[in-house]
Design a protein around this ligand. Structure first.
Ligand code: FES
Ligand code: FES
Length: 160
């Protein structure tokens, strides 16, 4: 058992964690932050994407104990985020989801892509999104949604 102190969605969290507890299990089971989804559980599909110090990571293969002192954000932290609001609306408008299981990871990755200005063409978006797998929608709607969100964010001068 390890002690862990992190900032989770803006709040300080102190906890005891088993050495092999992933941060995805920690936030889901320990904190009821169930927007972080688990599918493959070996780092392939991106459903478990979270941000650590602002960068996307695979929550299923990142040990919670390795994140001592770090800033961790799950999808729940972005309810009022202006850029995420644009992305959510664009996923809805462009039919970027069906069952929604992959969607939290897609949204967090899309936000990162837009912030890095790597959503300038469908080809670039496909490359940047290649670590996120969707089992039901197909990717045309998802790529269109990210492209639409990037255009809307540019027009709105959304805080990036
Ligand atoms: S559940 Fe983590 S990458 Fe698939
Ligand atoms: S919308 Fe169902 S897995 Fe992507």
């Amino acid at each position: 058992m390890n002690t862990l102190s992190i900032t989770l969605n803006g709040a300080s969290v102190d906890a005891n964690v088993e050495e092999r507890t992933s941060i995805a299990d920690f936030v889901r089971d320990g904190r009821n932050l169930t927007g972080t989804h688990l599918a493959c559980e070996h780092g392939v599909c991106g459903a478990c994407t979270i941000l650590v110090d602002g960068a996307p990571v695979r929550g299923c293969i990142t040990f919670a104990a390795a994140l001592e002192g770090r800033d961790v954000k799950t999808i729940e932290a972005f309810a009022d985020d202006p850029l995420m609001e644009i992305i959510r609306e664009s996923f809805s408008a462009a039919h970027g989801l069906q069952c929604g299981f992959c969607t939290p990871g897609m949204l967090l990755t899309a936000r990162d892509i837009i912030l890095r200005d790597r959503a300038r063409s469908p080809e670039e978006i496909r490359q940047e999104l290649s670590g996120n797998i969707c089992r039901c929608t197909g990717y045309a709607g998802i790529v269109a949604a990210v492209q639409l969100a990037a255009e809307r964010a540019r027009r709105a001068g959304a805080p990036q």
